[in-house]
Structure formats: C-alpha cells, structure tokens
Ligand binder design. Sequence first.
Ligand code: GAR
Length: 195
Amino acid sequence: MHLRPVVRIAILASGGGSNAQRLIEHFRGSAVAGVVLVAGDRPQAGVFARAWDLGVPAYRFTAVQLRDGTLLRELQAQKVDLVVLAGFLRLVPVELLRAFPDRVLNIHPALLPRHGGKGMWGHHVHAAVLAAGDNESGITIHRVNERYDEGEHLFQARCPVLPTDTPGTLAARVLALEHAHYPPVVERVALTLGR
Ligand code: GAR
C-alpha cells in the first residue's frame, strides 16, 4: 500500500504558545501532517518550553535572521511544506512567502478586516473591539501575504461581546475558538497539499 507522505508543518510563534500546543497535539500520530519544528523570535517566549515538553524541535531566530534568509534556509533544510503562524508578531518577509506560495497561514483574534494591521495583536485587538462597541468578535484564519492580516480568508468563527467584558474575558472566549478551530482548518489545508 502506498501511503502519501505526511505534510511537514513548521509553527512560527512569539508568545505563550497555547495554539502551538493544540496544533502539535492534534497532529501527533496523524497520517495527514505533523509538526516538525517550532520556530520563534523571542528567546523568553513560553512556546519554547511547550515545544520542549512535547518533544518537538525548537529553533530560535533573530529579527535579522528572519530578514536575511537564515530562517528560510532552516525551514527548507527541515523539508517544511506548510508554515503556520500561531501568535507570531513579525511581518513575514516576501522571500519566505515566495518560497511557500499559499502555504503560510495565520490566525487573528478578531473578525478581519476589522481590528487588524500592524500593532494589532493580543490584548490590543480585544481592547480595540471593546472600544469600538462591537457586539461580536471572533477569529479569522487566513493565508499570509506581504501585508499584516490581509491575505485570503479561509475561515471565521464568531462569539458575542458581553457588556461586562474586559480585554481579558474577551480574549479567553476568543482563544477557546482558536483552539477549537485552528487545528482542523490547518488539517484541511494540509489535505490539499498532496506531494
Ligand atoms: C492568539 O490569540 C493569536 O490569535 C494572537 O496571539 C495569541 C497567541 O496566543 N495573534 C495575533 O494577535 C496576531 N496578530 P498563544 O501564544 O497562546 O497561541
């Protein structure tokens, strides 16, 4: 029997890494895809401890190495097929996007095109949703292009914004949506990447 090779996923993350953990766990033992690398730009980020605990190789890079092709060479050396951003806060260089056409995904903790763009990450997003008086928020999973949060949308899910919400309570509701939906949406994309 011929088994299709597993799609090799690299996660790029800057923060605590709860989405990275969900993705790693979702694809453990999967015949479709597997997380082969967690790469991050902030040495103190919690995502590295999670990768270590879960037995996934971790790779640290600097802002310069993101721009000068060092990270791209590492992804190619690891034969990565799909790059998944999970709380990654830097702009992805165009050379990396060209090397992975339509193969770089991101999750944003709001209903794009609202509340996206440079500087809109984490609690800044939820504070902006509350300041705007929106009565709903949610998540957007999209392909990445050379501008922050502007690539093709693949999936959105919604949740209410409550009058009593703080950025923290809204973040928790949105994060639950991220954990529920990011792994299966990434899997759907991986299934289209027959090699
Ligand atoms: C997530 O809420 C993700 O959507 C957000 O950062 C958080 C990372 O959490 N990303 C952005 O705001 C990107 N603009 P995690 O490190 O626990 O996965």
